[in-house]
Design a protein. Structure first.
Length: 151
């Protein structure tokens, strides 16, 4: 069976998208289907490339009992469009940046995370807001709905 591949995307790949990556990995693992998925994350910008996950994200994941491994920010690559089944942005700006970067979305792979939960709301960037709790709640809502759709 071919794995379902999901790429979570935010601006810098140090706060929201790695949080979504690890939350989604935990959700599918807890449901006993982790081996059916390949899940990663990336940035629309190269400004944080090579930097580790933000301490606020690491703290919140640890507080919630979400396992995570060290990872470093990476930027989107053109090849990601063909590699992933779902390319999921955290906010409208991420979606716009990805559409421009990939030259459109011919296969309908690019989605806003909270759209799976029935809302067109963006997930606010805790780099600016400092509110990792709200970001976690929104990401968990979106990832839970995505998992329900895919499992």
């Amino acid at each position: 069976m071919e794995k379902i591949s999901i790429l979570f995307v935010c601006l810098g790949n140090i706060c929201r998208s790695p949080m979504a990556e690890f939350v989604m990995k935990k959700i599918v693992s807890d449901k006993g289907v982790g081996d059916r998925f390949y899940i990663s994350s990336a940035a629309t910008s190269a400004e944080e490339q090579g930097n580790g996950v933000h301490y606020g994200t690491r703290r919140k994941l640890a507080e919630e009992g979400i396992p995570f491994t060290p990872r470093y920010a990476v930027a989107l690559k053109k090849s990601d469009y063909e590699r992933y089944d779902y390319i999921i942005g955290m906010d409208r700006s991420n979606i716009s940046d990805m559409l421009a970067f990939f030259g459109g979305d011919k296969d309908g792979k690019i989605k806003l995370l909270l759209s799976f939960a029935g809302t067109d709301r963006s997930i606010s960037d805790p780099w600016y807001t400092g509110d990792f709790d709200k970001t976690y709640d929104d990401i968990t809502l979106g990832c839970t709905a995505l998992a329900e759709k895919l499992i």
